[in-house]
Design a protein around this ligand. Structure first.
Ligand code: UTP
Length: 290
């Protein structure tokens, strides 16, 4: 079945990006000139997603504003013949149909996904975390859709990371099935290094069946009063297969200041219109590193 809908949780507090997130949602912070959200929506649209459901919270209205038409700017750019800029301004709204649901309190990622239950309905869908930015063509979601179709099951993106850092991530316990594909037995959230079943860490892309909603409804809040997506996935595993997939591409952590800086530099170096300036910038700063 085609994956037509994506859920993008964007109702978190963004504490790692304070103080800027006191008034600017983390999901609107830019890589070069586009917000994080736009990169993941473009990745979803490339994979055939037609409808994007963004989970936001009171106070994050600027996210919805971003996707509204901006007639004053558009008229000005049209009058000035600035077609390239005009295309940039209308790009976000043309990628997919975007709608919004509200999570009134940041009660966890699982809770945020559950808020999209009615909007998704009874079909498989993809969950995308907008602070995980993946650079590759074809995009990670396109790659995952292929695996999901082949295995006729849900798919979670994973990345092999050094053992020293696995305690910061969700990790899968999984058996290899084919190149880059592993059947998930168990998921462990932020395990101690000694207890980690593997160094395959979960990245923010999940293709899931609609039954996940029922699992989340039955999931009790964990230690911090939050409903974890991992706990819902563990319940789902009881009667649904899930596969971990090592996507091709580079993942950037847009959820931290240094991760976003790294992403910005990498994208600026890769983009034709900015690469020359980005190289000059790096050369300028090279002297400072001694
Ligand atoms: P994170 O845990 O990375 O985001 O959640 P956060 O909580 O906003 O950031 P920190 O940890 O305080 O710095 C990943 C994604 O899930 C969303 C976030 O907005 C982010 O896009 N999220 C998280 C929700 O929508 N609701 C929640 O209750 C928690």
């Amino acid at each position: 079945m085609q994956i037509r809908k994506a859920v993008i949780p964007a109702a978190g507090l963004g504490t790692r990006f304070l103080p800027v997130t006191m008034s600017v949602p983390k999901e609107l912070l830019p890589i070069v000139d586009r917000p994080l959200l736009q990169y993941v929506i473009a990745e979803a649209a490339e994979a055939g997603v037609e409808e994007v459901i963004i989970v936001t919270s009171p106070g994050k209205e600027s996210i919805a504003d971003y996707f509204q038409p901006h007639p004053t700017i558009e008229q000005r750019l049209t009058a000035n013949g600035e077609d390239d800029l005009l295309a940039k301004v209308t790009e976000a709204g043309n990628l997919a149909k975007v709608s919004f649901v509200i999570q009134h309190e940041a009660l966890g990622l699982g809770h945020a996904v559950l808020m999209a239950k009615n909007a998704v309905g009874d079909e498989p869908f993809v969950v995308i975390l907008p602070d995980d930015i993946i650079a590759h063509s074809p995009g990670a979601i396109s790659q995952m859709v292929q695996v999901s179709e082949k295995m006729d099951a849900g798919v979670i993106a994973v990345e092999e990371l050094p053992w020293e850092v696995v305690h910061n991530y969700g990790v899968v316990d999984a058996d290899p099935v084919s190149e880059g594909v592993h059947k998930i037995m168990r998921l462990v959230e932020k395990p101690q290094r000694e207890e980690a079943p593997s160094n395959l860490t979960i990245v923010g892309r999940y293709i899931l069946p609609p039954q996940i909603f029922q699992c989340l409804e039955n999931t009790k809040p964990g230690a911090k009063g939050e409903i974890q997506l991992t706990d819902g996935l563990l319940a789902l595993l009881q009667d649904h297969d899930l596969f971990a997939f090592e996507f091709a591409g580079t993942r950037y952590d847009g959820g931290t200041p240094m991760g976003l800086l790294r992403a910005s530099l990498a994208f600026a170096l890769d983009r034709e219109d900015t690469s020359e300036d980005a190289i000059a910038l790096l050369r300028e700063f090279q002297n400072r590193t001694g």
